[in-house]
Write a protein that binds this ligand. Structure first.
Ligand SMILES: Cc1ncc(C[n+]2csc(CCOP(=O)(O)OP(=O)(O)O)c2C)c(N)n1
Ligand SMILES: [Mg+2]
Length: 642
C-alpha cells in the first residue's frame, strides 16, 4: 500500500519546505524557517490557504511573516542568509503581476551576491480559461509568456508548476540549487493560480524530513600543487579575502594560514570580517574603496591569492589595483566561473575552508621576507592613524560622515552588526569601519541596492536571533535610500524585532553628487531641492521641508533627533547608548555635510566620461579620466609569459 495524502499543490509545497534541513558539519538547521507573503489574487487562495491551514493544524511548523513590499521580502531573506552563512533563507510568496515583479530587484540582488532566496511568484492560469486575468501581461507573440519569465535571467533556478505532478521534481531541483554553494542565488518557482489550488495524491515520503549536506569540495591535488608552487615562489604575496571565506566558515583557516606565512590580507566588501581589523596582517579594504595600505601592497603583489571573491570592479579598482607586470592569480573558489577569472592558470576550485587547511600543510616552512612583513606593518600603522584622525569630532553642526561612522563605531559592541548597501556609506565604511567579528560587517555591495538597508538589516537581525544571539544590528542609511524603501520599519514594529537605524540626512546623494562632479556632470539631479522654475532644474539652495524623523516616528518607532549643533557627535554617542539600552527599535536622525569627504585610499573606479562636451567641466574630467585609465590592464593576470 503506497501511503499518500490528498493535498493541494500549495499545501504540499509548504509542508515540503517545512521539512527541509541544511546540514553543515555539526550544524543542522531549517533551510526554509519561514515564509514571507503579501497576498493578492494568485496566492490568497493557494499559498495563503496552505499557510493558514498549517497555522491552525501545526502552528509551529511553518511561521508566516508579513512584509510591506515584495522587494523587501527578498532583501530580508538575503540578509538572513548572510547571517546564516548561506545555510538558510526564507521563501517569499507574491501575488500575480506587480506583486511578483516587485521581487525582480530582490532576485537580481540575491543572485549577484551568491546568496540564496526562494521566490514563489504567482502566475496567471495554466489552463488560460479565465484569460486575460487582472494584471496579466498578454504578449501577442507568445501567449504563454508571463511577467514571471522576467525572473529567468535573474535566477539560478527557474521553473513553473504547470501541472501538479511537476511539483516533486521542481521542489527538489529548487532545494538542490538553493543549498549548492557554487550555484546558489535566486531560486524561482512560478505558481499558476489555478494549479496552486488543485489537488494531488502526495507520497508521504515527499513530506518527510530531508537533509541537504552543504558541499565542501576539496581541491584537486594537481591544481593545489600548482598553486603552492606559485605561492612558494612569490616575493610579495597578497591575499584578497571575499565573501566566500565567511560563507565557508573559513576565517579561522585564513588566520592560521596568514599567521604561519606572514602574507598580508585585504578584504572585499563581502569579505569584511574574514580577518578582524586589529590583526597585524590585516591591511583593510582593497580596491576602489580600499585603504592606502592594502592598495599599495596590492599594487606590488606578484602573487595574488583570491579566496571566495568575484573580483568585482571595486575589488580590482577597475583592473588598476594590481600593477606588477607578471602578477599571477591563485583563485580559490567553489565556483569555477569565479576561480577562472582574470585568465588565471592557477584556479583552485574548492571550498575555501578545505582549500585553506590543505594549503597550510603544503606551505609549511614558507614565510614572506622580514622586509616585506615590515612594509605591511608600516602601511597598516600609517592607515590606522589616518582612520583615528578621520574619527575625531570636528565640532561642526553638520558633521562629516567619517566622524559619524567613528561615533557609531565607538558606541557598538564588538559583535554588533553594521548593515549598509548604497550611497557614500559603503565606501566610507569599507575604508574605515573596524570589523571585530566575522559577521559584524554586512554591506551588500554586489548589487549595491538602495533600499536594501532596513529590510536587509531586519533579515540580519532575524538571522542573529535564529542563532541564539541578541547582538544589535545597526543599519546606517542615507536619506536617498531611506526614501526609496523604508517600509519594513513597520514590520520591525509589528513583530517587535529590535534594530537600530542611523539615518544620515544630507539632502540628496553625497555619493553620486561627488561622482557627478568628478565626471563633469556638475552634480546634476543629485541634490534634493525645490524645483527652480527659471533654471528648470533642482540645482538651487532651497532644501526640501521633508522631515524623515517624523516619518519614522509615524510608524511607531522610537526616534532620536540629533540637533545640528557643535555637540552633534557627542549627542549621537548618547543616542546610540540609549538605543542600545532599549529593547525597542530606534531610529537616530542626524544631519551631515555631504561635502566633507573621507580620506583617500588611492583606489580608482572606471566610470566613463563623455568624449565630447560643451561643458568645460566635462572636458576637464575627460582628460583626467584618460590620464587615470592608462593604469588599466584589460587582461589582468599572466600578461608576461615564461
Ligand atoms: C535602486 C538604486 N537606484 C539607484 C542607485 C544609484 N545610486 C547609488 S548611491 C545613490 C544615492 C544614495 O543616496 P543616499 O542614500 O542619500 O546616500 P548618500 O549618497 O547621500 O550617502 C544612487 C542614486 C542604486 N545604487 N540603487
Ligand atoms: Mg543622502
Amino acid at each position: 500500500m503506497t501511503s499518500t495524502k490528498r493535498m493541494t499543490v500549495s499545501q504540499a509545497l509548504i509542508e515540503f519546505l517545512a521539512h527541509q534541513w541544511t546540514v553543515d558539519g555539526d550544524i543542522r538547521e531549517r533551510t526554509i524557517p519561514g515564509v514571507f507573503g503579501i497576498f493578492g489574487h494568485g496566492n490568497v487562495a493557494g499559498i495563503g490557504q496552505a499557510l493558514r491551514q498549517l497555522n491552525v493544524d501545526q502552528p509551529d511548523l511553518m511561521p508566516y511573516h508579513q512584509a510591506r513590499n515584495e522587494q523587501a521580502m527578498v532583501h530580508q531573506s538575503v540578509g538572513y542568509a548572510r547571517m546564516r552563512r548561506r545555510r538558510a533563507t526564507f521563501a517569499s510568496a507574491a501575488s500575480v503581476g506587480p506583486g511578483a515583479t516587485n521581487m525582480l530587484t530582490g532576485a537580481a540582488l540575491a543572485t549577484t551576491n551568491r546568496l540564496p532566496a526562494l521566490l514563489l511568484p504567482s502566475d496567471t492560469f495554466a489552463t488560460r480559461v479565465a484569460d486575460p486575468v487582472l494584471q496579466q501581461l498578454e504578449q501577442p507573440w507568445d501567449i504563454g509568456l508571463t511577467v514571471n519569465d522576467a525572473f529567468r535571467p535573474l535566477s539560478r533556478f527557474f521553473d513553473r508548476v504547470q501541472r501538479p505532478e511537476q511539483l516533486y521534481s521542481i521542489a527538489l531541483g529548487a532545494m538542490r540549487v538553493l543549498t549548492d554553494p557554487a550555484e546558489t542565488g535566486a531560486v524561482t518557482i512560478a505558481l499558476p493560480e489555478d494549479v496552486q489550488a488543485e489537488t494531488i495524491d502526495v507520497p508521504l515520503a515527499f513530506l518527510r524530513d530531508r537533509e541537504w549536506h552543504l558541499r565542501r569540495p576539496r581541491p584537486e591535488r594537481a591544481a593545489l600543487a600548482r598553486a603552492v608552487a606559485a605561492i612558494r615562489s612569490a616575493k610579495r604575496p597578497f591575499v584578497v579575502a571575499g565573501g566566500g571565506v565567511l560563507y565557508s566558515g573559513a576565517e579561522d583557516g585564513l588566520r592560521a594560514l596568514v599567521e604561519a606565512t606572514g602574507i598580508p590580507v585585504g578584504t572585499t566588501q563581502a569579505g569584511g570580517g574574514s580577518l578582524v581589523w586589529d590583526h597585524p596582517q590585516y591591511l583593510g579594504a582593497v580596491g576602489a574603496t580600499g585603504t592606502a595600505a592594502a592598495n599599495r601592497l596590492a599594487a606590488d603583489a606578484d602573487v595574488v591569492i583570491g579566496i571566495g571573491t568575484r573580483y568585482s570592479d571595486f575589488t580590482t579598482a577597475s583592473r588598476t589595483a594590481f600593477q606588477d607586470p607578471g602578477v599571477r592569480f591563485v583563485n580559490i573558489n567553489v565556483a569555477a566561473f569565479d576561480a577562472y577569472k582574470h585568465g588565471t592558470q592557477l584556479p583552485v576550485i574548492a571550498d575555501a575552508r578545505e582549500a585553506l587547511a590543505e594549503l597550510a600543510i603544503e606551505l609549511e616552512g614558507f614565510e614572506v621576507s622580514a622586509e616585506y612583513a615590515q612594509r605591511a606593518a608600516d602601511e597598516k600603522r600609517a592607515w590606522d592613524a589616518v582612520v583615528d584622525e578621520a574619527f575625531l569630532p570636528s565640532g561642526a553642526a553638520r558633521p562629516g560622515q567619517t566622524e559619524i561612522i567613528g561615533a557609531v563605531q565607538s558606541s557598538t559592541a564588538p559583535d554588533d552588526v553594521i548593515v549598509q548597501a548604497a550611497g557614500s556609506l559603503p565606501g566610507d565604511l569599507h575604508k574605515l569601519w573596524r570589523v571585530r567579528d566575522p559577521l559584524g560587517y554586512h554591506v551588500e555591495y554586489a548589487f549595491s541596492c538602495m533600499g536594501y538597508e532596513i529590510a536587509g538589516g531586519l533579515g540580519a537581525k532575524r538571522g542573529a536571533l535564529a542563532g541564539g544571539s541578541d547582538r544589535d544590528v545597526v543599519v546606517m542609511v542615507g536619506d536617498g535610500s531611506y526614501l526609496m524603501l523604508n517600509s519594513e520599519l513597520v514590520t520591525a514594529v509589528a513583530e517587535g524585532i529590535k534594530i537600530i537605524v542611523v539615518l544620515v540626512q544630507n539632502h540628496g546623494f553625497a555619493s553620486i553628487g561627488h561622482l557627478s562632479e568628478t565626471v563633469g556632470s556638475e552634480r546634476f539631479g543629485t541634490k534634493y531641492r525645490v524645483y527652480d522654475e527659471v533654471a528648470r532644474n533642482f540645482q538651487g539652495d532651497r532644501v526640501l521641508p521633508v522631515d524623515l524623523a517624523m516619518n519614522a516616528r509615524s510608524y511607531g518607532l522610537d526616534v532620536i533627533e540629533i540637533a545640528p549643533t557643535a555637540t552633534a557627535i557627542d549627542d549621537l554617542r548618547a543616542a546610540m547608548a540609549a538605543a542600545k539600552a532599549s529593547d525597542r527599535s530606534t531610529l537616530i536622525h542626524i544631519e551631515s555635510d555631504p561635502l566633507l569627504y573621507s580620506p583617500s585610499g588611492e583606489g580608482w573606479w572606471d566610470v566613463p566620461v563623455p568624449e565630447a562636451a560643451t561643458l568645460a567641466s566635462t572636458r576637464r574630467a575627460r582628460s583626467e579620466y584618460e590620464r587615470q585609465r592608462v593604469a588599466q590592464r584589460p587582461l589582468l593576470g599572466e600578461e608576461v609569459s615564461g
